[in-house]
Design a binder for this molecule. Structure first.
Ligand code: PMP
Length: 448
């Protein structure tokens, strides 16, 4: 097998995600033969540093020996079993451990197989809770501008990135969309906390006006990842929790991208010392091994569904692979690594190193901002640094950085013109230096 022949076969029968397939007439598809740690290797032995953790899923490297062993061991006993009416040890253990480490009060785990599905579950559960309680007028949700929650129709409705959403608009739910606390737009000299606090006034207004028809507010805590890695201060989450309580509206925290240490704490909500009513987790949950997601919720929500069958209050949502044992085994091994290896402290050192070696990029004539929350670092490429005017999207400058990085041995996959690092936690400081060099040269080439 070689790169060329696999590419040819692929392009005859596949349709790739998030891709204009015609691009592959000129853009090489990269066939990967194996992965090891932060590195991916193609059929000709060329290596690529996976700077984006393969769409933000991988935490402890490809072919991690501990997770490999856990999945292999589980494979000897049980690959899968229906979770309705049946149960198994990995899913019970995982649920016990998630309840233990999640923000307080989240005591029930409902599983699915993708982040989008976990978001659908949170939306349906919140709506259904209010129905079961007799509050039938609550049929809407509040979301943030520039948010992203997945691609299925319900989750897509809650997002606000027009690239993904616009075409499908006639099919979608209509949330009340509130200005984002995104600190890219703060005034010069204004702190993240001040800007996030100031923008909260819009949320307060929306809640005052719409609370009686709203089931829940849904947010991505601290970082709007697919929305160009835009960031905000934890104070916003604190204010939001208080306001949701005051107005009797649920809070859904979508930590699918930011959970499991990405923002510096195990869960981003911890930085605001709050607990949501629904916590959606996915991606890193299995260390990037297998598709698994979960929606955690409170006993209060659970109890609103718990009744005689005849009361018709049950949550009759299901997916075939719900709580798959292999995926749960990978998740348990991932949590073991967090428990045994002092991961969050180690990440703090890596994050400090990333900050130090990217600091001078803020001076680049076509970089408007270098921003960071924990293990997520983003550089915003612009046409005009002073006015922050972006490049015309048709110029596809980010794609030029992508191509440059591939040529030089790194997988960076910019979001538009925003280049970011969200690497596996097993990356070495020298590998971060290498990424920064590739990114800097890529930005130079793309903006020359
Ligand atoms: N929510 C957030 C915050 C995400 O970043 C993503 C995926 N990028 C999703 C939901 C959807 O997850 P999935 O792709 O697994 O459906």
């Amino acid at each position: 097998m070689d790169n060329e022949s696999l590419t040819q076969r692929d392009l005859r029968v596949l349709w790739h995600p998030c891709t204009q397939m015609q691009d592959h007439e000129s853009l090489p598809l990269i066939p990967i033969r194996r992965g090891q740690g932060v590195w991916l290797e193609d059929f000709e032995g060329k290596r690529y540093l996976d700077a984006i953790s393969s769409w933000w899923v991988n935490l402890f490297g490809h072919a991690n020996p501990r997770i490999n062993a856990a999945v292999a061991k589980q494979l000897q006993n049980l690959e899968h079993v229906i979770l309705a009416g049946f149960t198994h040890e990995p899913v019970v253990q995982l649920s016990e451990r998630l309840v233990q480490i999640a923000p307080r009060g989240l005591t029930r785990c409902f599983y699915a197989d993708s982040g989008s599905a976990a978001v659908e579950i949170a939306l349906k559960m919140s709506f259904h809770y209010w129905q079961n309680r007799g509050e039938k007028k609550r049929i809407r949700f509040i979301n943030l501008a520039n948010s992203y929650h997945g691609e299925t129709l319900g989750a897509l409705s809650m997002g606000d990135v027009s690239l993904y959403k616009e075409t499908y608009q006639p099919l979608l739910l209509k949330p009340v969309t509130v200005k984002s606390p995104d600190c890219y737009y703060r005034e010069p000299g204004e702190s993240w906390a001040d800007y996030s606090t100031r923008t909260f006034a819009e949320m307060e207004k929306a809640l005052e006006r719409h609370a009686s028809e709203v089931c829940a507010v849904i947010v991505e805590p601290l970082v709007q990842c697919a929305g160009s890695m835009r960031m905000y201060d934890p104070v916003y989450l604190k204010l939001l929790r208080q306001a949701c309580d005051k107005h009797r509206v649920h809070l859904i925290a979508d930590e699918i991208a930011v959970g499991f240490g990405r923002t510096g704490t195990m869960f981003a909500c911890e930085q605001a010392d709050i607990a949501p009513d629904f916590l959606c987790l996915g991606k890193g949950l299995t260390g990037g091994y297998l598709p698994l997601s979960v929606c955690l919720t409170t006993d209060a929500v659970y109890q609103a569904f718990y009744a005689d069958y005849a009361a018709r209050k049950a949550f009759l949502h299901s997916h075939s692979y719900t709580g798959n044992p292999l995926a749960c085994a990978a998740a348990l091994a991932t949590l073991d690594i967090f428990r045994d290896d002092d991961v969050l402290n180690h990440n703090r050192k890596l994050a400090t190193h990333m900050a130090r070696v990217t600091a001078s990029l803020a001076e680049h004539p076509h970089v408007a901002e270098v921003r960071q929350t924990g293990m997520i670092l983003a550089m915003e490429m612009v046409q005009n640094k002073k006015t922050r005017a972006p490049f015309a999207w048709q110029e596809r400058r980010g794609l030029a950085v992508y191509r440059h990085a591939l040529e030089h041995g790194a997988l960076l996959r910019p979001l538009g013109d925003v280049i970011y690092f969200m690497p596996p936690y097993v990356i070495q400081p020298e590998e971060i230096d290498f990424l920064v060099k590739v990114a800097r040269e890529g930005i130079d080439a793309a903006t020359a």
